[in-house]
Design a protein around this ligand. Structure first.
Ligand code: SF4
Length: 92
């Protein structure tokens, strides 16, 4: 059996994205952050930096909770997606 890389495994997941974001960012608090750990540590790449500002999109979220844990500003208001929405992991 072929051993898959993590990127290949993640591409097998599917998402049923809800209309309401399950993660909200306090952009005032976020703007004063220097470490930007969310950008460095989000495994799904949901956080990017454009012109020095953090942009966030929740659609590809893996629901790992890392951003909530590492944000030094406490700027991440985090919850799971509404029941039936979000990521569906596929391991085969
Ligand atoms: S919960 Fe995990 S995957 Fe989702 S945005 Fe936060 S760090 Fe990224």
């Amino acid at each position: 059996m072929k051993r898959l890389r993590i990127e290949e495994l993640l591409q097998r997941n599917v998402w049923d994205v809800g209309k309401k974001p399950h993660i909200e960012i306090n952009m005032d608090a976020c703007g004063s952050c220097e470490s930007k750990l969310c950008v460095k540590l989000c495994p799904a790449g949901c956080y990017t930096v454009v012109d020095g500002k953090v942009l966030f999109s929740y659609e590809g979220c893996l629901e790992c909770g890392t951003c909530r844990t590492v944000c030094p500003q406490g700027a991440v208001k985090w919850s799971y997606p509404r029941s039936g929405k979000g990521v569906y992991y596929r391991f085969t």
